[in-house]
Structure formats: structure tokens, C-alpha cells
Design a protein around this ligand. Structure first.
Ligand code: ITT
Length: 202
């Protein structure tokens, strides 16, 4: 099965490709960048909006991922705004100097300075859109926010996220280790099972 991944994020794509390959699904990066306004109020809505937009354009099966970091002490922020947290009024806007990932992490650490409750979770909703219908799956990965970034693997908030039961940050884990516990790894495995059991509908 060959599926287009409805994303503009190359690092997210690499992870999805790696995970889907193990499930026997060939994932390809879109040949053209599609501008999609993520106007939804939930991960599910945004995943569905992205999948629909890419399906409409390419007219071929697609999988979209909408994901983010939910921090308890910040009332669930950055949540669905994780990729552009630096630019939100919430917690004060940060100037974009360098990559958004670095500025997002800087803002998060600033807001959590001195905060004892560092509980957080990554959430992913993955949405498959086929010929007749769509299906989705979701998963979470629990952990805490570290005081300082550690490691250089992964992307986004990985250097400051320590998954439950580990003494390493997500960015210090090997790719296969991250995939086995990550929100995205677990959600895509569920989705692949769904596709195998209801493939004829799609
Ligand atoms: P597309 O919408 O084009 O797929 P995006 O990066 O904007 O790309 P999202 O809207 O789903 O994707 O935002 C996801 C953000 O959440 C991502 O940019 C990171 O900041 C964060 N995030 C999600 N999964 C992550 C992970 O596994 N590790 C670290 N940060 C992650």
C-alpha cells in the first residue's frame, strides 16, 4: 500500500515513514506543499482537515497527523498550537530567531521556571482518508518536562520531554525506542491494524 503523508514537516514525515514501513505501508512525502489552515479546535478536527485537503488535491489515499504537547501546569497549552507556540499571546509572544522548535522550547522552559508540577503528555491523532471513507486512531505518551534540553535526536519538544519510566529525554532515545513508546508510534500502529481489518471499506 502506498500512502501520501499529509504533512509539511520533514522530521515528522521521517518518523511516520519509519513506523509505517514496519507495518508494511510505503509512505511518500507530498510532491507539492499544500497550504492548509488548521482551523479546528481539536487534534482530531485538524488531522481530519489536513487529510481531506490532501486527499482532495492528490486524489489518492493519505494519512495526516495532528499532534502536540499538553502541559498540565499550562492548562493544556501548547496543545494544538504546539508548532507555533512562540507566536501565541498566551504566555507572551517570542521573537522567531532561529528555528521555531528552539524558540518554542525556550518559551516553554521560561513559563515553567520554578514550577513543581512538570507533568505533560504528547498526543497524536492520525487520520487515514481513503476512497470511500476515513478512519482515525489516537495515542498519548506521558512524561515530565525537564529543566534543560538534553539530546539531539527527534524534533520539536523532544529535548525537554522525559517519558515516564525513562531517565533520558525523548531526544536521547534511539529512533526505534522513541517509536515503541511515542504517541505517534502507538497511534500509527493502531491505525495500521484498523486499515488491515477494514481495508475493503477504504
Ligand atoms: P504539519 O501540520 O504540516 O503536519 P506541523 O509540525 O505544523 O506539521 P502539527 O500542527 O501537528 O504539525 O504540530 C505538531 C507540533 O507538536 C510539532 O511541530 C512539535 O512542535 C510538536 N510535536 C508533535 N509531536 C512531537 C514529537 O514526537 N516530538 C516533539 N515534538 C512534537
Amino acid at each position: 500500500m502506498r500512502i501520501i503523508v499529509a504533512t509539511t514537516n520533514k522530521k515528522k514525515f521521517k518518523e511516520m515513514q519509519r513506523i509505517l514501513e514496519r507495518e508494511g505501508i510505503k509512505a511518500v512525502f507530498p510532491e507539492e506543499r499544500i497550504e492548509v489552515e488548521e482551523r479546528g479546535n481539536s487534534f482530531l478536527e485538524n488531522a481530519c482537515i489536513k487529510a481531506e485537503a490532501y486527499y482532495e488535491y492528490f486524489n489518492t489515499p493519505v494519512i495526516a497527523d495532528d499532534s502536540g504537547l499538553v502541559v498540565d501546569a499550562l492548562d493544556g497549552y501548547p496543545g494544538i498550537y504546539s508548532s507555533r507556540f512562540y507566536s501565541l499571546e498566551f504566555g507572551g509572544k517570542e521573537k522567531l530567531i532561529g528555528s521555531p522548535d528552539v524558540v518554542n522550547v525556550k518559551k516553554l522552559l521560561k513559563l515553567l521556571k520554578g514550577q513543581k508540577n512538570r507533568k505533560a503528555r504528547f498526543v497524536a491523532v492520525v487520520f487515514f482518508r481513503g476512497k470511500e471513507a476515513g478512519v482515525f486512531a489516537s495515542a498519548e505518551c506521558e512524561g515530565i518536562i525537564l529543566e534543560e534540553p538534553r539530546g539531539d535526536k527527534g524534533f520539536g519538544y523532544d529535548p525537554v520531554f522525559q517519558p515516564l519510566g525513562f531517565d533520558k529525554s525523548m531526544a536521547e532515545l534511539e529512533p526505534w525506542e522513541k517509536d515503541s513508546i511515542s504517541h505517534r508510534g502507538k497511534a500509527l500502529k493502531k491505525l495500521s491494524l484498523l486499515l488491515k481489518s477494514c481495508g475493503k471499506l477504504l
